[in-house]
Design a binder for this molecule. Structure first.
Ligand SMILES: *Cc1c(COP(=O)(O)O)cnc(C)c1O
Length: 228
């Protein structure tokens, strides 16, 4: 496809998408596997938040694109790669262990940067997906180590529903995530307006996610087409 046609398509898909998304819901354009020119086109169409799930890819793209892009790291993150991510990402959606959170705090501290983070919960029936359960989150949030962290800013939760056509199941999982979010908010962040994000919904299920209270949808295929 030539560049003009491609730009037009992204613009059109974006406009269509935005029409179905309430004003308060943020769009994270999941640009994994997309080349820099395609991201640039999406930027020109008005998108400012991009999501990547591979550290190498994020680090390679970051310097080649406008500096006012907000990069979100959405993939499973290994502790030995945290250092690279904290220097470029505005938000990490995928905090799935206490050890990871500690590492983010440590590495962010070294460069005196505060990183916004979301706690990823395991809500799907698939065993392969990552994420915390309630007890792990509570243990973390009640610990002295957590209270002493200075360089992370917990902003909410993230979760991925089961990959299935069963919409009722997807809805139930999103609803569960919202309940976890609300419990965390009232138990641990009652006076923190910054704890406000519920990152749920991808191309296949973002409508249900929004109906269930999502504040942040992570959509790739919807905007850029099927990945290779
Ligand atoms: C790839 C990915 C998405 C986007 O998926 P699409 O189906 O292309 O919208 C969202 N969230 C995470 C964590 C992903 O890895």
């Amino acid at each position: 496809m030539d560049k003009v046609a491609e730009a037009w398509m992204i613009e059109e898909k974006l406009q269509n998408l935005l029409q179905t998304i309430p004003a308060g819901v943020k769009v994270v354009a999941v640009s994994k596997t997309q080349p820099v020119q395609v991201i640039r086109t999406a930027y020109d169409a008005g998108l400012r938040i991009f999501g990547e799930n591979k550290v190498r890819e994020l680090v390679a793209k970051h310097p080649l694109l406008p500096q006012d892009i907000e990069w979100h790291y959405i993939g499973h993150l290994q502790r030995n790669k945290v250092k690279q991510v904290v220097s470029v990402a505005a938000m990490i959606h995928s905090i799935d262990s206490f050890r990871l959170l500690k590492e983010v705090d440590k590495e962010a501290g070294k460069i005196n940067r505060t990183v916004r983070c979301l706690l990823q919960f395991h809500i799907a029936t698939e065993e392969t997906k990552f994420g915390l359960d309630w007890e792990e989150a509570v243990n973390m949030l009640t610990s002295r180590e957590y209270r002493e962290m200075e360089f992370i800013n917990l902003c909410g939760v993230m979760g991925m529903a089961t990959f299935t056509d069963d919409q009722a199941l997807v809805r139930k999982e999103f609803r569960h995530l919202r309940t976890l979010y609300q419990r965390l908010k009232s138990d641990f962040f009652p006076d923190d307006p910054g704890f406000s994000e519920l990152s749920m919904g991808m191309s296949g299920d973002y409508r249900i996610a929004i109906e269930e209270g999502s504040t942040m949808v992570r959509v790739g295929t919807m905007l850029f087409g099927e990945r290779e």
